[in-house]
Design a protein around this ligand. Sequence first.
Ligand SMILES: [Fe+2]
Length: 239
Amino acid sequence: MTQDDLIFFKKWFSDYCKSFYSSNIEDQKNIYLKEQHTFNVCKNILEIARELSLSENDIILAETVALFHDIGRFLQYAKYKTFRDSISVNHGLLGAQILFEEKILNNLPDKEQTLIIQAVKFHNAFSIPKAEKEDIIFFIKLIRDTDKLDIWRVFIEYYECSEEDRASAVGLGLPDTVEYSKDIISCLYKKQIVSLSKVNTLNDFKLLQLSWIYDLNFKNSIILLVEREYIDRITATLP
Ligand SMILES: [Fe+2]
């Protein structure tokens, strides 16, 4: 694929986002948040891809995966008014369907279309699917790391700002009480990734986010995590 393809995709993405803009302040905050998150994941993926000395073609592919990884979020929010997959729809799967049905990628070689669609589909899966080809797994790892790096930013901003300034759907509607689950703490001690199904409170959710540290694939992701002080900033909001 070429830079021109990417320019076309960026224009398409921008128009697609605008089609979900709302005069309702709450809804607009949530939609805008996902649009900005996408731009940040694009920046993160470029940073890591360049550090890994990928080819020009692979760098463009990586940025396209980042651009489309959360494309399912807009329809998910429009339909269900939530970003919580378990009570609405799997947004990775929905995103893959949208890319396929809208025929956005049709001008690309089949191999690249499959790679982008599979990376979008599995970016949010609990673990990396083993059945995929090696090159697809590489891009799935890239998007999972760079997505997490910006989700940490989104949540830290959410925890640090006042209630009226928050984008409501970020907290997944979880109660902001002092409790947390012992089961989740024990996962952290075992260096295991916490499943969302175990989460009952916002504190549990913060601990879940800390457990993502054990799910990073690239050395540079860990460097960015440390440089941006995400661990300290999340733990500072815990009781
Ligand atoms: Fe996502």
